[in-house]
Design a protein. Structure first.
Length: 147
């Protein structure tokens, strides 16, 4: 079975953000970092070369594959910010609330566990904060933090 290639590293989050090419993306990455810290109460950790993650959890699929990943996080990608919200798969209530929040969020696109946002001005930041909090709470229910 293959290993998860996205693992926590000792790389500096601040140095990573300082190296983001576009000035607007760099400033928005700082804004997102502050928002995620506020909601989660966690210090960020770099996961792989480009994901800024908050908290972690251990998963195990029915297939036997298992690993660790950040509970939530983001990556200031060149084209769009990727916002990682894993909890939409936690339970039906979280899915329903996520769908309701997405209707009010603003301009975004979506992948399996990601929101893609071109620029933060395109979305309602209060709604994004609610989505991150909903995600964080659902993940903590499904994967209770150790200790």
């Amino acid at each position: 079975m293959s290993e998860n290639s996205t693992l926590p590293t000792d790389a500096s989050v601040d140095e990573f953000i300082d190296r983001v090419d576009q000035a607007r993306k760099r400033e928005e990455a700082r804004e997102l970092d502050a928002l995620f810290r506020k909601v989660t109460g966690k210090e960020p950790v770099m996961w792989g070369p480009s994901i800024i993650g908050y908290g972690s959890y251990h998963y195990k699929y029915d297939s036997g594959r298992e690993g660790d990943m950040c509970r939530t996080g983001f990556s200031p990608r060149k084209a769009k910010h990727s916002i990682y919200l894993m909890a939409q798969y936690c339970d039906e209530d979280t899915q329903a609330k996520s769908a309701e929040l997405l209707e009010r969020l603003g301009k975004y696109s979506q992948g399996a566990s990601c929101l893609y946002i071109n620029k933060l001005a395109d979305v309602d930041m209060a709604v994004l904060e609610e989505m991150i909090a909903l995600n964080w709470q659902a993940m903590n229910r499904k994967y209770p933090p150790a200790g």
